[in-house]
Design a protein around this ligand. Structure first.
Ligand SMILES: [Ca+2]
Length: 931
């Protein structure tokens, strides 16, 4: 009964009603067992899946539906179904319009396909940018998401702790939830007129005229300008796409060809084919954030820049970011205006700002992500510990990204995963991403130790990308499979967003350090390990100590597996000679990471040290996360894969393979029968030749190698696939015809099944309300009171008045200047208070002020923000009101009850340091919503 109440409250919060939350005691979970067997399958219908969850896994139904559903969908469900569900919130989904700005090299407006010349309006920056004003995000939030969402303008979600830092950018650009149609029309009209004039010089005719239907349309060389808009059909994106298409036709006068496609058709066309094919111009993109991180380091880089790969697709033509800092300055009307509009605190004078003038977004995000950039032969540094500079660069990159407009963000979604309440006795969810996280599998307990889980798929497959840990797993479903069968070196704490130890603990030291002679890196040209940077300086030194355990085939994991992962990254990122078979262009995009990794010292069988310049201005834990190296496949499987990709003929294989999707060769998939058969041919030959990879010469004997290859062959023959990994579960069986995967608990994993429930607390602070007097007399004290509930989700479930937390209050005046800030302290359970002394308020001038209240479980973790306005008045002789008025506003309306900090992002199956550094963080943290 009490849990039922919890559900109702959650639902109300979703539809945006204000309620007084009741307090529920925290319950210890009912008797259950850590899961030993997991059946993973698919459902093709959301409603049917939910009633299956109500039925429960033991009765032919499901225990967990691993697909979040909009809050509004639950409203219409019958009570007997709802009673059986526990709903787990996810704010991980985000929706955007992805744009293809392709144009010919010699013409900024046209694209030639075959011998036909098309006009692409989205090649024009101003037209892309104008979509931000054209779209009424509030309409989408209210009418399409039924309130289970909130508007989003840039790539950092507003409900994250970092969201608030970007508000000045959106404000400066004049973004509002409802948009500005007139402005959008004007921007496009001006840009089109300019294009028409320029095209005229080249003999083209671009004109706005009345068509046969009596409506006005743009025509190019006599044909209507038509926009190819790929609209996903599986979810709300269908309605969003149709809505945006209507706006484009009605107000921008471009005809829209609506391509209503599912994931199987849309994803390859948009992301894995040359944009120059001009198969699409707009696409209703969706992403899922699968982790909760404090610092949005990677966001603007991943979504808007080209430092980690091409845009908008992984292959073919790529756009070059256009907007420079000087463009921003001009747009805002001068450096002072830009400094003021964005609230820059480090680049706060025209002189300081000037050094960035010629930079587009790429060097800016390089500074954010790598601490420095070399631009026009000069090095620019993000100063260690300089948070102001960090946020300035973040804001600048956000403004540049939005104005270039390759991705126009629309909304973040609030959704719920359904879990059977009776059978699932314990489950761990990320406070931001819900069950789309590593923790889903690691905290799972059911009454009988068996879990029946389904993903949602209209395309009829459990995953859509290839299953290989190098350049596959770009879809959330395949990624979740990888998270069940692989362990990472470090995790992101699901409650706080901090990087925390996984299979490796870490110690971070900030230097500078002189790199010792025994610190080596792998040199792919020399094909050996060398002390390449000995004697140079490194900014940080991180020591990792790892628990190795065994691989799923039974072979012990060792430091050699990590060495192989490191060597592999160098080898495949660098092209050594013209015909280097050990090279992948997509991986080559991230050599920057390797250049900043200066040396490894392998201290003993479980400890290694990294000397590196990959740093973070503030957060040591981020440094640990970003410098960790790890392996999720053993060296012998990795080597067999690389030989299959590099030299198939040598092993009698007639098919060609790649790690990352490309047109032509097969995208290596360790679960696909044909691929595995070819892989086996390689392994058999490696056994015959007693092959030891060149980067492990002297570390492993030929006999040890043969034994390992044989063990892998046995594993493949026994389980019918080649995904040999090191996670808490192994994939026992995969039957693609039945859409069924069976996972079994792996006894060789060094982390015991009950480890996380003993060590991990997942909880969040939920605001119940805040009291700020409506009027404050200058010179009198001001008390801000915040009422908070602690919502525990793991290991137990329930709510209680918050007895911990970190709450800050910032008072800003009408101009946005902070006049006071302080910490609200816990007074009694559930209540935090801050007293601003009269001495402080004395200097405040009369007018409107805002108290911005932020809080989280620990310092620097924001899980909610509340804003309350009040008025400051001055005592005057004519006013009888000498005492503080106290009309507390009881109805608090948190601007975002959503959670927390930000997430590390990379998109697609390639790219980013994730794939390299991330051999540790590998399954990338941001996933496209492919189904
Ligand atoms: Ca190479």
């Amino acid at each position: 009964m009490k849990r039922r109440l919890g559900f109702v409250l959650a639902l109300l919060a979703v539809v945006g009603l204000l309620v007084t939350p009741l307090t529920l005691p925290v319950y210890a979970a009912e008797q259950g067992k850590p899961v030993e067997t997991i059946y993973l399958t698919i459902r093709t219908n959301e409603e049917a899946a939910i009633s299956d969850v109500a039925k429960g896994g033991a009765n032919g139904g499901l225990d967990v539906f691993l697909y979040p559903i909009s809050g509004k969908e639950f409203k219409n469900l019958p009570k007997d179904i709802l009673d059986k569900l526990r709903l787990i919130r996810s704010v991980g989904g985000e929706v955007a319009i992805q744009i293809n700005p392709v144009h010919d090299d010699d013409n900024p407006y046209t694209v030639t396909v075959g011998d036909k010349v098309y006009f692409n309006p989205f090649a024009i920056k101003e037209v892309r940018f104008a979509l931000n004003y054209l779209i009424n995000r509030q309409y989408i939030v209210s009418n399409i998401f039924g309130g289970s969402a909130q508007p989003m303008y840039g790539c950092v979600r507003p409900s994250t702790g970092a969201g608030i830092y970007f508000e000045p950018v959106y404000k400066a650009l004049g973004f509002t939830p409802t948009g500005d149609l007139a402005k959008a029309q004007q921007m496009v009209e001006e840009a089109m007129k300019k294009a028409a004039e320029e095209l005229k010089k080249e003999g083209h005719k671009l004109e706005l005229k009345t068509g046969e239907d009596g409506k006005k349309w743009w025509y190019f060389d006599g044909e209507p300008v038509t926009v190819k808009f790929v609209i996903r059909v599986e979810d709300e994106r269908k309605d969003i796409g149709l809505y945006v298409a209507d706006l484009i036709e009605k107000y921008l006068h471009f005809k829209v060809e609506k391509l209503l496609w599912n994931a199987q058709k849309a994803i390859p066309a948009v992301y894995y084919k040359d944009p120059k094919n001009f198969e699409w111009q707009l696409y209703t993109a969706g992403w899922i954030i699968t982790s909760n991180v404090k610092w949005p380091d990677w966001q603007t880089a991943a979504f808007y820049s080209t430092i980690w790969g091409k845009q908008p697709a992984a292959v073919g033509w790529s756009y070059t970011p256009e907007t420079t800092v000087k463009d921003l300055v001009d747009y805002f009307g001068g450096p002072e205006k830009l400094i003021d509009a964005l609230g820059l605190k480090y680049y706060n004078t025209p002189e300081k700002l000037k050094e960035l003038y010629d930079m587009n977004i790429d060097p800016i995000v390089e500074m954010i992500n790598y601490g420095e950039t070399t631009f026009n032969n000069k090095t620019y540094v993000l100063e260690e510990g300089n948070v102001d500079q960090y946020w300035d660069l973040q804001k600048i990159s956000m403004a540049q990204g939005i104005m270039d407009g390759l991705v126009v963000f629309i909304a973040e979604q609030w959704e719920y995963f359904a879990v059977n309440k009776e059978r699932v006795t314990r489950i761990a969810a990320d406070v931001s991403a819900g069950l789309y996280s590593w923790w889903m599998w690691r905290g799972l307990e059911t009454v009988d130790g068996v879990a029946y889980v389904a993903e949602f798929s209209q395309g009829g497959s459990i995953y859509t990308n290839a299953m290989n840990p190098i350049g596959g797993g770009g879809d959330i479903y395949g990624n979740m499979v990888m998270r069940a069968i692989s362990d990472p070196a470090t995790y992101v704490n699901p409650a706080t967003g901090d990087v925390m130890p996984g299979r490796c603990t870490f110690k971070v030291e900030r230097g500078p350090f002189t790199i010792p002679k025994n610190a080596i890196v792998y040199n792919s040209t020399l094909k050996k390990w060398v002390p390449q940077h000995a004697g140079e300086k490194a900014k940080v030194r991180v020591t990792y100590t790892c628990k190795f355990g065994k691989w799923h085939d039974g072979t012990p994991m060792t430091m050699e597996d990590i060495k192989a992962a490191i060597a592999f990254s160098y080898e495949w990122s660098y092209k050594d000679g013209d015909n280097d078979p050990y090279y992948d262009e997509a991986m080559g995009a991230s050599t920057r990471t390797l250049e900043q990794t200066l040396g490894f010292v392998f201290v003993n069988p479980t400890t290694y040290i990294v000397y590196s310049n990959i740093t973070h201005p503030v957060a040591d834990d981020q440094i640990a996360g970003n410098n960790a190296w790890w392996a999720t496949v053993p060296w012998y499987l990795r080597h067999a894969m690389e030989e299959l990709v590099a030299n198939p003929q040598k092993y009698g294989v007639t098919n060609n393979y790649t790690f990352t999707q490309a047109e032509g060769p097969r995208w290596l998939d360790l679960l696909v029968k044909d691929h595995v058969e070819d892989l086996k041919k390689v392994i058999e030959k490696l056994i015959e030749e007693k092959d030891v990879p060149w980067y492990l010469q002297g570390e492993i004997t030929p006999d040890e190698a043969v034994k390992a290859y044989k063990s892998l062959l046995d594993f493949i023959n026994k389980h019918g696939h080649a995904y040999d990994s090191n996670g808490p579960f192994y994939l026992d069986k995969y039957d693609p015809d039945k859409m069924l995967m069976v996972f079994k608990r792996f006894s060789g994993n060094p982390i015991p099944p009950d480890y996380w429930k003993k060590t991990l607390l997942i909880a969040r602070l939920v605001p119940k309300g805040a009291e700020v007097p409506a009027r404050v007399m200058a010179g009198k004290p001001l008390t801000v009171k915040v009422m908070l509930t602690l919502k525990e989700e793991f290991p137990d479930w329930g709510e209680k008045p918050a007895d911990r937390g970190y709450v800050t209050v910032s008072i800003v005046d009408a101009n946005g200047n902070e006049v006071y800030s302080g910490e609200a302290k816990l007074t009694t359970a559930g209540t935090f208070e801050l007293n601003v002394p009269g001495d402080e308020t004395k200097g405040w001038s009369t007018g409107k002020y805002t108290a911005i209240i932020r809080g989280g479980l620990s310092k620097e973790v924001t899980s909610f923000t509340i804003k309350k306005t009040f008025v400051v008045i001055k005592p005057t002789t004519t006013s009888p009101q000498q005492t503080t008025t106290s009309t507390p506003q009881q109805t608090s309306s948190p601007t975002a009850t959503g959670t927390s900090p930000t997430e590390t992002t990379t998109k697609g199956g390639i790219c980013g340091p994730a794939i390299l550094v991330g051999l540790a963080v590998l399954p990338l943290l941001l996933r496209r919503r492919d189904n």
